[in-house]
Write a protein that binds this ligand. Structure first.
Ligand code: SAM
Length: 280
């Protein structure tokens, strides 16, 4: 059956251009255009936004983004074998798709796109957390992007949205929830991909807050959270010893039990502690 964009089905695209999936590049492709359109819709109204897509591969999600009305898409793909397939999509959507054969870690979307910018990607799992951490730690906040809609392995997605008291709660949850509204909008079984990975996957949608949820100095907050979670079995009075003088008294003054462990402390309390430490 012909797709709505008049381009061939993705299985044919892969066969024509010889894009057999390579594990080293994290290649697990989405071949169902209904599914890629659904992911594109999860990114919100794209009609007034430019989109930065990491790792378009044979272009399933790229086609979804364009069909759902993205103003422009910058697609950065490391694997040169995908370029001819992506060039065909650019022809079907004149002036709306720019493809770069590059490592996404080296590309600054601001050099190619105009705001508002949304980032949407079925990420290669090996660089997903690194890219997310980079996008969440720009030199100034708010960042250049309005939202991130990203596929992760489900366990990483759960770490992003985790709440205190859960095993998944840690540095990633605190960073993401300090700066964004983050929620899991879709979960996908391994069979949704070709080839099927070993793990389940989930799409997380993160909307940048205009300013961090609670005031705190990013470096101080990061230092506390790193120290706490690097020794997550220890009580805070021990794990945070090296972070500030008289840590036990400081915790008590904020009503935080010095015997609590890092995973029991709310984001708000981490920010209160960061403010107290920065002020003394
Ligand atoms: N978006 C496609 C889809 O949904 O079918 C492909 C997703 S696949 C999980 C990840 C893609 O990212 C692959 O095409 C891979 O070649 C590409 N990739 C891997 N590392 C990359 C990097 N550092 N920069 C840009 N692309 C990368």
């Amino acid at each position: 059956m012909a797709a709505i964009d008049g381009l061939p089905p993705l299985r044919d695209v892969i066969a024509t251009h010889g894009i057999a999936a390579r594990k080293a590049l994290g290649q697990n492709f989405l071949l169902d255009l209904n599914l890629t359109a659904k992911i594109a819709r999860a990114a919100g109204d794209l009609s007034g936004s430019d989109v930065f897509e990491v790792g378009p591969g044979p272009g399933g999600l790229t086609r979804g983004l364009l069909a759902e009305g993205a103003r422009r898409v910058l697609a950065v793909e490391k694997d040169p074998r995908c370029l001819p397939a992506l060039a065909e999509i650019a022809v079907a959507y004149p002036g709306r798709l720019e493809v770069l054969n590059a490592d996404a870690l080296e590309v600054d979307p601001r050099d190619h796109l105009t705001t508002p910018i949304r980032i949407v990607a079925n990420l290669p799992y090996n660089v997903g957390t690194e890219l997310l951490t980079r996008w969440l730690t720009p030199p100034t906040w708010p960042p250049v992007w309005d939202s991130l809609t990203l596929m992760f392995q489900k366990e990483v997605a759960e770490r992003i949205v985790a709440k205190p008291g859960s095993k998944a709660y840690g540095r990633l949850a605190i960073l993401a929830q300090w700066l964004t509204d983050a929620r899991i909008v879709m979960t996908l079984p391994p069979e949704a991909f070709t080839p099927a990975p070993k793990v389940h996957s989930a799409v997380v949608h993160l909307t940048a807050l205009p300013q961090p949820r609670y005031p705190a100095d990013a470096k101080v907050l990061n230092r506390i959270v790193a120290a706490g979670f690097n020794q997550r079995r220890k009580m805070l009075r021990a794990s945070l010893k090296g972070v500030a003088l008289e840590i036990e008294a400081k915790l008590l003054s904020l009503g935080i039990a010095p015997t609590a462990r890092a995973e029991e402390i709310s984001l708000e309390d981490y920010c209160r502690l960061a403010r107290l430490i920065a002020a003394t």
